[in-house]
Design a protein around this ligand. Structure first.
Ligand code: ATP
Length: 351
């Protein structure tokens, strides 16, 4: 029996999670997988009502009692600086040491990409984003806050341990999935100390993988080449901030934030799965959010839990629904969130 925590969160997170759960339950029933889903109401409402974001003891509970966590999205204009979102997502990512943020960029249908020369053959890569260090560790401070002479310092943290494990994960994934090239994105020509470390570790790990072509690029060049020649990428490994930015670009290549899936992993431990998009307050409550990113995320979760056939079934159902034009408005269709989810679930059950 596998136990999965479901945290829909806020805004469209709630709407797409409903469809993701439906897809999960349909797949579970088709494949006879033993799954227990436990729902949590953490998010802006609870925070505003009870001042609780990530409840005390949550990390221990997940480590002890759960195999995976699925979240929708967090963010609400009523909560200042989205404090609750930082507490919950940041708390889980850092607290559970989920050092791999894995984001596949795969075009589901040629119609979805804004690239003139983009197609399903040349937009198909995965990004390994370091998830526990870099610019996002909140190290720094303000001196003379608000004054003309104000000084603001934001530190980037790169540890050999942290850099080594994410680069190793990328190469291991490449070998395991028959990918032939790993590309590092950094800015080592300017950030010579921190990103110099990335280059050195990348070279050392690459020497253990002679079967895989190791290629290092500056991130600015990569941003350009991802648009001009996305077919050269198979596996990308990079730091926290560059991964954040490049995967939004990647999401645009594959048809928008509504289709992008992600996993926050620590192999062998309870891990967290979430669509890439946020709570999209502009779309919330209107029944128009695209559920594909969330449902694709369910496929990643089933893969991680050891059910690759079930994962492939969901992926195929999504592709078939896209081919049939049974999609939401952001992809040029006319279906609501619930209808698009139902179309995918129907196809999961068909085979
Ligand atoms: P965050 O800071 O939480 O990542 P954000 O404000 O950067 O959030 P989103 O909330 O993801 O970004 O929204 C960015 C844009 O993409 C919005 O216009 C939103 O409506 C659109 N969008 C995001 N997710 C979806 C979806 N599932 N379906 C349709 N449109 C979406």
């Amino acid at each position: 029996m596998r136990r999965i925590a479901i945290i829909p969160g806020d805004g469209i997170g709630i709407e797409v999670t409903r469809e993701a759960v439906r897809a999960l339950e349909t797949t579970r029933d088709c494949f006879g997988i033993e799954l227990e889903l436990v729902h949590f109401d953490w998010g802006a409402e609870k925070y505003l009502r009870e001042h609780v974001s990530l409840p005390e003891g949550a990390l221990e509970m997940f480590r002890r009692d759960f195999d995976a966590i699925f979240t929708g999205a967090f963010g609400d204009p009523r909560v200042e600086s989205n404090r609750h979102a930082i507490d919950i997502l940041g708390g889980l990512r850092f607290g559970l040491d989920l050092y791999i943020n894995l984001r596949p960029v795969r075009l589901l249908n040629d119609r979805f990409t804004p690239l003139k020369s983009g197609n399903r053959r040349n937009i198909d890569f995965v990004v390994f984003r370091e998830n526990t260090e870099g610019m996002y560790v909140n190290a720094g401070g303000n001196f003379k806050l608000g004054a003309d002479q104000e000084i603001a310092i934001q530190e980037e943290i790169n540890t050999r341990h942290g850099v080594d494990r994410i680069i190793r994960a990328a190469f291991a994934y490449a070998r395991q999935h028959g990918r032939k090239r790993v590309t590092l994105a950094d800015k080592s020509n300017v950030l010579t100390y921190g990103h110099g470390l990335w280059r050195r570790v990348f070279k050392a790990v690459a020497s253990e993988y002679p079967d895989i072509d190791a290629n290092a690029q500056y991130v600015d060049a990569m941003a350009m080449l991802m648009v001009l020649d996305p077919g050269q990428y198979e596996v990308i490994v990079t730091n926290n901030m560059f991964g954040d930015i490049l995967t939004d670009l990647g999401a645009a290549l594959q048809g928008g934030l509504g289709v992008a899936a992600s996993a926050n992993l620590h192999p062998g431990r309870v891990s967290l799965f979430e669509p890439v998009h946020g709570s999209a307050p502009d779309k919330a409550g209107r029944g128009i959010a695209n559920p594909i990113g969330a449902i694709m995320t369910v496929a990643m979760m089933l893969d991680y839990l050891g059910y690759p056939d079930a994962a492939r079934r969901i992926e195929q159902a999504i592709e078939d629904a896209c081919d049939a034009g049974e999609v939401t408005i952001d992809l040029g269709g006319a279906l609501s969130t619930a209808e698009a989810g139902a179309a995918i679930c129907h196809r999961v059950g068909l085979r």
